[in-house]
Design a protein around this ligand. Structure first.
Ligand SMILES: Nc1ncnc2c1ncn2[C@@H]1O[C@H](COP(=O)(O)OP(=O)(O)OP(=O)(O)O)[C@@H](O)[C@H]1O
Ligand SMILES: [Mg+2]
Length: 1012
């Protein structure tokens, strides 16, 4: 097993509360220290009890107060609310005690409270004399500042807490304050009391519900149960699902339907912090049954209770004192008979049962109890009794709860469960239309949001809100437009709170496993987990089982090996975010080592990028650079964009390391490789120049002649530079000499392969063939010689080049067999790039030979294959050749479209037109003439001629002149014959026989006086 650093501290989202006695120093002077200690003792224990009651942790006593944390060590999704409720309770309790002290001792004393929410690092800190659990971070400091700011007797909180507690609590905005230690002014609120909202749905109601989507089958199931109830058959249904899936919303919709039909519905819900307030749900239920409002006077409440009960059955009269008392409106004239708490509870339960099962009740009753997972024991017992006793009465009990809970009557015959599923893709899309709108800019958001949220409507709503708040979405709710890509949006704090709380409820081993898995990846093999996590076999198996059972992970594959995957990407993000950076780093490194150890070496190339990423995150920079380089090589010319990115990564990583032979070599290789990809996929010219300079500095320092030659070649002799051809040739010849001096056949071949192209562009066919022959001779049949340095397979390129030379000089059969050979070599070398170039040429050759259908089909297929490589140079070439085939087929509009696309593709990436721009331009001129836009055609052909002349592109010059002759003729303009004569002259000079034949044909056509 690999070593992992163990530190139990975690990053957590919490709410921190500070409370102190204001003016305590003055107070201390007035009192005897012993008495003072007693007062403080009582004060502290009041505060501490309240913290405990709301399941917070007393972090420390501060001398005149306390610091408490809500949400750590165990996360609570409602940590902010708990802190606020605790604060209200403290203010009340302290005020009461202070009143006492004022009356009895004439002491004046009050408390101040400060609250703030956010991330802390929570864990044991060893202060020398033993360790204690504490929370550390900016969040803590700001909470303390809130306390200092608060007026006596008040609780102040920040915007961060307000965001989580708003609606549930009544907050008074005090405006912005400059706070020491905070870079920006802080929005401060005073805690004024309890708010109107009790649940998330209350909050949603206030904001405006999103329109209800899906759930047809579930509503039908509820309707069916209601129908059965109407015929006197009691039923109970439990909806079970993770937080936010829509349990409450489903019941809300159903309750509305019931009420429209005139069916009475009574609701109650257990509260997260409610275990400490016994019978809350039952109280709610009874209040709603009797129609008692919050503001009702006691007398009125009693009248309502008595009225409804006695109407149902006069025998209930005996129960009234008990019910009055239970509902907090005791009747002074009718005191409750003495009984112990158990007896009282039993009597109450019994009363409720009789109420529900009373034969006088004919009307259907729907009772909804929400969030049973939080229910207190007393309420639970009463509810159990109610369900048992309701048989044969028109009663429908609807409950809901989260998966970790199972109701006691789960086995009962009347009981059905509905496991509510996340929203489907289509329903997610519907919900998003409602929340975000239909602006075209939102077209791509459904898929990523569905994937991220796993179809959880609460997460969807919160993410949309977060996106709007963070400026990813602009405009109003329901009509947003997307301002920037949503990929890097964070997890909303509200969602984080829910997920962190679920994670914290896990067994420690399961939680540890989940955290490790979140570092390893979206999908993790069982074996990799075994090697990365610090658990024994049995613990591991147990943890995996719990995580699957609880719906965090699922088995994505079981054969040939077990692969576990995260069900929700957000869970992974939260589990990842809860770990300390140092812990994550160790796990990343362990994950990389596990992969290297577990995976067969023949998969290492394929996994290299992933391994490199883990190593990088694991802080092992040199290893990361090595594996990135391996991944870059592997991506090679089949995936040039990936290769470019990976080489960039190698450069960055090696730059962070100390200079030595290896890091220098990586520094040079990564820059050279990026420059080689620059003419294939495009790169800013300035960035290219910078890379060249940096590499040259390193190569100079090392006296690395080999690299210097390649760098010079890249700077001045490679394709894609805006040079005059003569200048280009000069550079190429000099590079050849330098390479020969170095005497390395790989370098010689690589340099020649890149340089040979210049001769073709210059229409120096003899020079072209000479360079190609030299390649063949130096390689001596070995296709690996000089490969992958500049061009991928120099030998394949040499064969292709010879084919091109033959084609230009009129030997079409020879061209064909060379192309065939080139394709074979490229296939053997596994080189899709050169293969694409060859197929481009094959299509062109077929067009020349009049095999129009063949040309079109090869060119089309080639475009398709080339698309997959993703590089601009090959793509543009393939599309231009398709245009050529369309011209041969006299499909002028298609030709025009293709050539436009080819030219745009190249120019967009490269910012310039490259050495083929005049050739592309003459194709366009011909296409324009073909569709009848003859004036534009002439202008285009003129541009092709001028560009060829100015840049010495002698290969495209006669072709451009020929196009000029043709288009002038088609436009009925002067000078057609002159252009053709000039074309003839140039073609003869350069022995471009194939072009010559075309020119002569065209001249004959014109000479015969047959226009167009
Ligand atoms: N079918 C739906 N169509 C549209 N919005 C929905 C749907 N279901 C749920 N929502 C919205 O998603 C949010 C969360 O739903 P709800 O509160 O019902 O979840 P829950 O399962 O009850 O969660 P919890 O376990 O936390 O109580 C609410 O704002 C609700 O309006
Ligand atoms: Mg709910």
């Amino acid at each position: 097993m690999h070593e992992t650093i163990k530190d139990d501290a975690e990053r957590k989202q919490v709410t921190v509360l500070f409370a102190d006695v204001s003016g305590s120093m003055d107070l201390a002077e007035q009192e005897d220290p012993e008495e003072w200690r007693e007062i403080m003792q009582r004060f502290f224990s009041t505060l501490a009890d309240t913290v405990t009651r709301f399941e917070g942790t007393v972090d420390k006593f501060t001398g005149d107060g306390i610091m408490a944390v809500f949400g750590a060590p165990v996360a609570h999704e409602d940590h902010a609310r708990r802190a606020c409720y605790a604060a209200l309770q403290m203010l009340e309790d302290v005020a009461e005690y202070a009143g006492e002290l004022r009356r009895e001792k004439g002491l004046n004393f009050s408390t101040r409270i400060g609250i703030n929410s956010g991330e802390v690092v929570a864990g044991a800190i060893d202060g020398g004399g033993g360790s204690s659990y504490t929370a550390i971070g900016h969040t803590v400091g700001l909470a303390q500042r809130m306390e200092a700011l608060a007026e006596p007797g008040k609780a102040y909180l920040t915007e961060s807490t307000a965001e989580l507690a708003r609606g549930y609590l009544d907050l008074r905005d005090l405006g912005e304050f400059e706070i020491k230690g905070a870079s920006r002014p802080v929005q401060v609120f005073e805690l004024a009391g309890v708010g109107a909202a009790r649940s998330r749905l209350d909050l949603a109601r206030e904001r405006g519900f999103s329109s209800f989507v899906g759930r047809a089958a579930e509503l039908a199931q509820l309707e069916a149960a209601l129908e059965r109830t109407k015929s006197g058959e009691a039923a109970a249904i439990g909806v079970v699902a993770e937080p936010g899936i829509g349990k409450s919303r489903l019941y809300l919709e159903f309750a509305q339907r019931c009420r429209t039909e005139g069916v009475e519905v009574f609701e109650a819900q257990a509260q997260a912090h409610g275990k400490s307030i016994p019978f809350m749900p039952i109280l709610q239920m009874l209040r709603s049954f009797y129609g008692i409002g919050d503001g009702d006077a006691e007398q009125l409440a009693r009248e309502k209770i008595a009225g409804r009960s006695l109407l149902l059955d006069p025998a209930f009269a005996a129960d009234l004192p008990l019910i009055f008392d239970f509902l907090g409106v005791p009747d002074p004239e009718r005191p409750v008979p003495q009984m112990n708490p158990e007896g009282r509870q039993r009597a109450l339960g019994d009363f409720i049962c009789r109420l529900v099962s009373n034969p006088a009740r004919k009307k259907v009753l729907v009772l909804i109890v929400e969030d049973l997972h939080w229910i207190d024991e007393g309420s639970q017992t009463m509810l159990n009794g109610l369900v048992e006793g309701m048989t044969g009465t028109p009663t429908l009990v609807l409950v809901n709860y989260r998966p970790e809970y199972t109701p006691a009557w789960a086995e009962a015959e009347v009981f059905e469960t509905i496991a509510l599923q996340p929203l489907s893709r289509a329903d997610t899309a519907k919900l998003l239309r409602d929340l975000a709108g239909e602006d075209p800019s939102l077209d791509g958001i459904d898929e990523p949001i569905h994937a991220r949220t796993g179809g959880n409507p609460f997460f969807i709503e919160e993410i949309v809100r977060e996106l709007a708040e963070a400026g990813f979405l602009l405009g109003e709710r329901g009509s947003y437009r997307l301002a920037r890509p949503i990929e890097d949006a964070g997890v909303p704090v509200t969602v984080q709170a829910v997920l962190a709380a679920r994670i914290d409820r896990l067994d420690p081993a399961s939680k540890q496993l989940l955290q490790v898995a979140s570092v390893v990846g979206k999908e993790v093999s069982g074996e990799a987990l075994r090697l990365t996590v610090d658990l024994d076999e049995e613990e591991l198996a147990g943890a995996v089982a719990e995580l699957i059972e609880a719906g965090f992970l699922y088995e994505a594959e079981i054969y040939p090996q077990r692969v576990l995957a995260f069900r929700h990407p957000l869970t992974r993000e939260v589990a990842y975010g809860t770990q300390l950076a140092s812990q994550r780093e160790a796990t990343h490194a362990a994950a990389a080592r596990a992969m290297i150890e577990l995976e067969p070496p023949d998969r290492h190339d394929e996994l290299a990028a992933l391994i490199a990423d883990h190593l990088k995150q694991g802080g092992e920079t040199l290893e990361a650079a090595r594996w990135s380089a391996r991944a870059a090589h592997w991506a090679g010319h089949s995936r040039p964009r990936d290769a470019m990115r990976l080489w960039h990564e190698v450069m960055e990583l090696s730059g962070q390391l100390e200079e030595n032979e290896e890091t220098d070599a990586l520094g040079i290789a990564s820059r050279l490789a990026q420059i080689q990809f620059a003419w294939r996929v495009g790169m800013d010219l300035e960035e290219q120049a910078e890379l060249l300079d940096e590499a040259e500095v390193i190569a100079d320092r090392r006296g690395d002649l080999h690299s210097l030659v390649l760098l010079r070649m890249s700077a001045s002799g490679r394709p894609g530079l805006q040079l005059h051809t003569d200048e280009w040739l000069q550079h190429v010849e000099e590079m050849n000499r330098m390479a020969d001096q170095a005497g390395d056949p790989h370098l010689q071949v690589a340099i020649r392969a890149a340089g040979a192209y210049a001769y073709l562009i210059a229409a120096d066919f003899a020079g072209f063939e000479r360079a190609l022959d030299e390649i063949v001779e130096l390689a001596d049949g070995d296709i690996t010689i000089g490969s992958g340095i500049i061009l991928n397979t120099p030998l394949a390129w040499a064969e292709m080049g010879k084919g091109m030379a033959h084609r230009e000089q009129g030997n079409l059969d020879g061209a064909e067999s060379h192309f065939q050979r080139a394709l074979e070599i490229a296939a053997e070398a596994g080189d899709p790039e050169t293969a694409s170039w060859v197929r481009s040429n094959q299509a062109g050759l077929m067009a020349l030979r009049g095999d129009v259908e063949g040309a079109l089909s090869v060119a089309r297929r080639n475009c398709e294959l080339t698309e997959r490589i993703g590089d601009v140079f090959s793509r543009s070439l393939a599309i231009a050749n398709l245009a050529w085939a369309h011209l041969a087929a006299e499909e002028y509009q298609e030709a025009l479209d293709s050539i436009k696309e080819a030219d745009r593709t190249y120019r967009e990436a490269m910012k310039i037109g490259g050495e083929m721009e005049a050739w592309r331009s003459q194709l366009r001129a011909r296409a324009l003439a073909g569709v009848g836009r003859t004036e534009e055609a002439v202008a285009e052909a003129e541009w092709a001629v001028r560009t060829s002349e100015e840049r010495g592109l002698r290969w495209s010059l006669p072709i451009a002149l020929l196009a000029l002759g043709r288009t002038r003729h088609a436009a009925g303009r002067e000078g057609a014959v002159e252009a053709l004569e000039e074309a003839l002259e140039v073609a003869k000079e350069t022995s471009a026989h194939t072009c010559l034949v075309d020119i002569e044909d065209q001249m004959a056509l014109i000479g015969a006086g047959n226009p167009g």
